[in-house]
Design a protein around this ligand. Structure first.
Ligand code: HEM
Length: 223
């Protein structure tokens, strides 16, 4: 039955080459930990991606309960954490994953650096990687404000204060981030929009470019 459905679709859309391209692609020996244990360092990028997927999925579930306004934000997180079935697990995954993904990304970047994989012909993918790094840090900073507790509020004040010390344009950056004269209602709405729409969209585009380049160039050779 399933085979018949598959064949019906395949006759019309010729989908076999699409998944064969991925499924038949052999993992090069020098990046396969089954051959040399030290090759596990080549798994860091894939592990970073795995946690990123967890962040996206858990984040989607969090938005079902989170209320992005200063009166209800804290209470909505509190309710999710203590009343909603599995809420504590989903929030816990998003909370710890946010730190873990930064650690994994950092290890991945170190691997790329110490194997010299940023060199020609992979310079463009290194630059895309740096952009991904900024987006991930932005996700961390904007997400931190959302529970709207004391820690979130004062940490964001410090972040914005640091950003405002940029020479010449600092005050503009501060206004852009805050959305007004103080860290308040507009800041929370703004950070929420950036956290769930702007940065994830940018991340998906950048990751697509990252992976397409990896497929096109292959993973860099053994040292
Ligand atoms: C969410 C963040 C990221 C994800 C999910 C990701 C994912 C990956 C994956 C799966 C690979 C294949 C090889 C491997 O796994 O080691 C890779 C390769 C690569 N990544 Fe990333 N990456 C991320 C961030 C970065 C950053 C921050 C940089 C550098 C600043 C970077 C630069 C590169 C380069 C240059 C390669 C090619 C390396 C080679 O061919 O040896 N990536 N990435």
């Amino acid at each position: 039955m399933i085979k018949a459905i598959y064949n019906w679709i395949d006759e019309r859309l010729d989908i076999t080459p699409l998944w064969r391209d991925v499924a038949d692609h052999e993992v090069p020996e020098h990046v396969n930990p089954a051959h040399h244990f030290s090759a596990f360092v080549y798994c860091f990028g894939g592990l970073t991606f795995f946690i990123t997927v967890i962040q996206i999925l858990s984040g989607m579930f969090l938005t079902m309960y989170y209320v992005p306004d200063i009166v209800n934000a804290y209470a909505s997180v509190d309710y999710l954490q203590h009343q909603v079935a599995f809420g504590v697990i989903v929030r816990g995954m998003h909370h710890w994953g946010a730190s873990l993904v930064i650690v994994m990304m950092f290890l991945h970047t170190l691997r790329v650096f110490f194997t010299g994989s940023y060199k020609a012909p992979r310079e463009m993918n290194w630059i895309v990687g740096v952009l991904i790094l900024f987006v991930m840090i932005g996700l961390g900073l904007t997400g931190y404000l959302l529970p709207w507790d004391n820690k979130a509020y004062f940490a964001t004040k410090v972040t914005i204060q640091i950003a405002s010390s940029v020479p010449f344009v600092g005050e503009y950056i501060k206004l852009l981030m805050q959305g007004g004269d103080i860290v308040g209602a507009q800041t929370l709405t703004r950070f929420f929009a950036i956290h769930v729409f702007f940065l994830p969209a940018a991340l998906l585009g950048l990751l697509a470019a990252h992976f397409l380049m990896i497929r096109r160039q292959g993973i860099s050779g053994p040292l």
